[in-house]
Write a protein that binds this ligand. Sequence first.
Ligand code: UD1
Length: 415
Amino acid sequence: MHIINITGGKKLGGEISVSGAKNSIVGIMPAAILCDEDVNIYNVPSLSDVENLKTILEYLNVNVEIKEDYMRIIPNNMTNKPINSELSKKLRASYYFMGSLLGKYGHVEISFPGGCVIGARPIDLHLKGFKALGAKITEDGDTMIIEADELIGTNIYLDFASVGATINLMLAAVKAKGKTIIENAAKEPEIVNVATFLNNMGARISGAGTNRIKIEGVDYLHSCFHEVIPDRIEAGTFVVLGAALSDNLKVKNLIPEHINSLLEKLREMGVGLEVGPDYVIVSKPEHYNPVDIQTLVYPGFPTDLQQILASLMVLADGTSTIDETIYENRFQNLYELVKMGARIKVEGERGYIYGPTKLKGTTVMATDLRAGAALVIAGLIADGQTEIQNADYILRGYENIVEKLSNIGATIVLK
Ligand code: UD1
């Protein structure tokens, strides 16, 4: 396990660039095997989650070539094999192989996926959707066998607008016979990006980005070129960092509309923002107003960014609150902030942050990906030295984080 050491209190400035979206590429790589030819993907972030998916693809005899941010996936010689827990537990998104292998071969054998421990995170909606398409599911310990002689398009209503279930069901339905409609689909930008990728290969998907997605099954998917959208959570993380510590930090290569809910809250806090077509320039204010946020599905306030914003709320003049409505265990970062001197109370799904407090560096633990990133921000704000243990979580979702932050003036080291 890696450790990140930070010396806090340094002013940040200059420019920082956002990489391709983790939650897009982790859908796109498993989706690529649906293709019968090679696919070419640009703006691919270099992340441990991407490495882990590459390992699974190579295990399935899929050729993956990576050159900087370009990736070529060649699935021509692939074989369908069981994906054991050693492979699947490395990242949650391994569950997208359920949809893609089912769609391609009508048969998948896979262990239950891993990922960040931020709540129960069941996959019942994915499985219910596969069944509706005609699949039979057998569970043997933590292994699932999902199979179908033929997948037939149907109407699927998701009880919750789940990102994972929406993408997985698109993957399973792309080559199904006839028309599938996903009602109450999730609307996150990553879903639009994966749907566009599939359409670039010849799929017939419409309505991605709305709550009703229509998929007309096709027989063959062909070679394509595709670009991964900028990572809105990484973008939000950098903007919050600028709001805490910078004079005119330019966060570039982002789609500002994707982080509107965050930008609105930052304005409410008094943060200075200049929003351009693909950049945001952010400066710290004299004082921060406290704010209340509630996490919601897109375009509501993202659950991933509540953890990030919590580190800034510590500086606000008064009490801020966070209502976490998506996950039941996404406040682990708050307990770590307390170790750094923050005054915080957690009551069920609500967190209270009593500001302003001055954070002091100490040893803390990254308990999940965004908690880790939130602690990087806290460490940069704090006086003195912060050591973040379990830093591998952070490397799952932030490309070259140490180099990027060093370039804007942070003192940060990965060991
Ligand atoms: C995705 C993102 C994650 C983000 C989350 C919410 C990826 C790889 N990960 O996770 O970074 O935090 O969206 O924006 O894209 N649920 C069920 N049954 C299911 C599926 C989900 O009850 O079958 C529940 C989950 O337990 C959770 C909620 O629905 O409480 C949201 O889950 P979902 O939208 O599926 O998130 P993920 O795809 O896991």
